[in-house]
Design a protein around this ligand. Structure first.
Ligand code: PEP
Ligand code: MN
Length: 359
């Protein structure tokens, strides 16, 4: 009877499945032993010549009904899984991941902290142009009780003919103002050879979007004892961003602040597209604090306040925005920086939101 026959075949199939399972695991145990010997002798685990030989021997003995190509495919999958079993480091979680460190990392800078639940504001001009220019901004920040000042001295400009920044002269201006006004200063470094010297002037070193995958710069940042503000590359996926942070941490420096600054998309209404959900994703996947740069992400003054509100509401640890005494004459990013009255309006609105969130 057909029904009985089917049941009989299925019973046999179940038995064969169990035999295959046992055999495949027996093979895996052997592979693990081989892996240990290879590890001791320093031999590479992947051996394509040996794999080829095994496949040839197997297909020569193949009497079907499976075609040789099918058999090769199945065995190649077994080889691949075996190789993964031999790689001890295969599943190693990233140092920046929540898996490795479940609690939030708080970055301490002078007496301030980023990532302790109280959002910080990192404001200042796009570029350091003169002592007087930075001082006007520093005074305004102080008036509002802010403690972080930003300003670019090494500017990675799209055109080689645009203002490239004052270099170390700019860092000296920032340092002098930081001491006079008791502010922590942040500035971008673009050359790995400048890292150690720059650390003497700065409280936080920024790695900009254009350098997020400059691996030598990331390694140099990993070797110093100074907080690093790492900006997301304009075409970087979240995973690439996380791996860039991992470079810094793997080289010894775990004081990393991530910064979402918008990514390049087809949308032209804003300079970049602010990827707002990157904030909670990065919070879930890493233990690092994350801030949002509302200036470079939007490129529009009229969007700075709503974008900052959205960033705080979604859980950002801070906001970065550019402020210039007279944006119209700024040497870089003149269309998107706030002037001083607008900066005060910005802070009023944000403080209003903070009050509403607490009530
Ligand atoms: C900056 O913050 O000065 C800057 C150049 O930003 P980004 O690297 O995000 O473009
Ligand atoms: Mn700028």
């Amino acid at each position: 009877m057909a029904g009985n026959e089917l049941q009989q075949y299925r019973k046999e199939l179940d038995k064969l499945n169990m035999e295959l399972l046992e055999l495949i695991n027996k093979r895996a145990s052997l592979v693990q032993e081989i892996g240990k010997i290879k590890e001791k002798q320093g031999i590479k685990k992947f051996d394509p010549v040996r794999e080829r030989k095994m496949l040839d021997t197997i297909t020569k003995q193949n009497n079907g009904p499976f075609e040789n190509a099918t058999i090769e495919h199945i065995f190649k999958e077994i080889f691949k899984a075996s190789l993964e079993l031999q790689e001890v480091n295969q599943q190693k979680a990233l140092l920046v991941s929540r898996e490795v460190k479940p609690e939030d990392t708080v970055i301490h800078i002078q007496k301030q902290a980023i990532g302790n639940g109280n959002p910080e504001f990192i404001m200042g001009p796009c570029s350091v142009e003169s002592y007087e220019q930075v001082e006007v901004v520093a005074k305004a920040l102080k008036e509002r009780g802010l403690t972080f000042l930003r300003g670019g001295a090494f500017k990675p400009r799209t055109s080689p003919y645009d203002f490239q920044g004052l270099g170390f002269e700019g860092l000296k201006i920032l340092k002098a103002i930081s001491e006079k006004y008791n502010l922590a200063v942040i500035s971008e470094i673009v050359n790995p050879a400048h890292m150690v010297e720059a650390a003497e002037y700065l409280d936080v070193i920024q790695i900009g979007a254009r350098n997020m995958q400059n691996f030598e710069l990331l390694k140099a940042a990993g070797r110093i004892n100074k907080p690093i503000l790492l900006k997301r590359g304009m075409s970087a996926t979240i995973s690439e961003f996380i791996n860039a942070a991992e470079y810094i941490m793997a080289h010894g420096n775990g004081q990393i602040i991530l910064c979402e600054r918008g990514i390049r998309t087809y949308e032209k209404a804003t300079r970049n597209t602010l990827d707002i959900t990157a904030v909670p994703i990065l919070k879930q996947e890493t233990h690092l604090p994350i801030i949002v740069d509302v200036t470079h992400s939007t490129g529009r003054r009229d969007l700075l306040i709503p974008a900052a509100k959205a960033a705080l509401a979604i859980g950002a640890d801070g906001i970065m925005a550019e402020v210039h005494p007279d944006p119209a004459v700024a040497l870089s990013d003149s269309t998107q920086q706030m002037d001083i009255p607008m900066f005060h309006k910005f802070m009023d609105e944000i403080n209003g939101l903070k009050r509403r969130l607490v009530d």
